[in-house]
Design a protein around this ligand. Sequence first.
Ligand code: HEC
Ligand code: HEC
Length: 336
Amino acid sequence: MKLLVILIASIFSGIYFIPNEEGETKFSEKSSLTEVLILLGDQKPIHYTNEKSPELIQQGLEIVTLGRTIDPEGNKSSLQSKYFTCVDCHNVMIEDPDLRKSDPDARLEYASKNNIPFLSGTTFYGMVNREHWYNDDYQVKYGDLVKPAKDTLVNAIHLCTVECSQGRAFDEWELKAVMAYLYSIEYKLEDLKLTQEDYDKLNSFKTGEKNEELITWIKTFYLQYSPATFLDPLPEDKRGYGVNGNAENGKLIYEISCMQCHAPGRVTNYTLEQDKIDLKHLRRNMKGHNHFSLYNIIRKGTYALPGYRPYMPNYTLERLSHQQLEDLAAYINKGE
Ligand code: HEC
Ligand code: HEC
């Protein structure tokens, strides 16, 4: 038995399984969710990889945050996109205080507390633990374009590099590096906020068998996919124009969401600062259905020809609530 433990420990080296006195594997706070699920007898994900060396992880981190890294030949690689890096639209840390819910109000509060952006794309943290990507209305509205991405993470990455990031597809080595990096920010058991009782229950698993019940149960602690509801812009008579909005919240959204891309020197020529001129421009255009109307642009985004220019992703209901839109309107109306 001891030998088996050493064997298991060496296979999953760097991952925390603590053998107890009987020599059985025990899960702890630092156990990675993928390895836990595999030991419980769950199927390995299609995107599963053993290649997670620190060098690969570092390369992946640089590709995601800077768009380029040093390639295997030792040269600087070319930028993945002229316009964006992944982190313009995706966080790389936990962004939802409760991993079982996709709640924009809770997320905004959490983002403010933790000093992270509030973005239209979902976080990369735990991305490898999801089982479906580009869900719900992405499937309904974009059909064949996103179908291959629904059950296959690698296809989702490919789609986003070309369509969202408006760049080139990753080379094989880059994809490997990004996958290694994504695995380095997968869920650990501690992220699921289990109680001691939960750990005891989990640790009652039977080695070498499929622990169906435990697998189903542990998956109730986090979402296996990010829900996505597209909205049409509200008709004019349904807009509150900020009357019942919280301007302070609105200011926060302006700063940690809109300005992430619109601040001078960022990804667009349409610059937004917190001055009277920019806010007045947005205020004057709030009514109606043109591009500059808050109510319109947030729900619709803008479109880009593939590879041609940056675009603005729409905010789904799960990424920005009706009330948050009103809060933003309230801030813009205040004009400062
Ligand atoms: C201009 C904004 C933007 C950029 C840049 C961007 N993405 Fe995305 N991405 C999105 C949006 C919006 C979605 C759909 C919402 C979501 O699920 O995250 C998405 C979805 C994804 C998904 C599927 C997530 C899911 O759960 O459905 C993956 C994987 C992904 N992007 C990877 C990348 C990678 C890798 C990069 C960098 C090379 C990147 N994205 C750059 C906006 C962007
Ligand atoms: C991921 C980056 C990103 C984020 C976040 C973002 N935008 Fe944009 N937005 C763009 C891009 C790119 C364009 C296209 C403008 C261009 O051609 O440069 C755009 C266009 C616009 C336009 C129309 C301007 C035009 O020239 O057509 C408005 C208005 C606007 N954004 C407001 C907002 C507001 C308000 C927020 C916050 C809720 C926001 N944006 C968040 C990237 C972003």
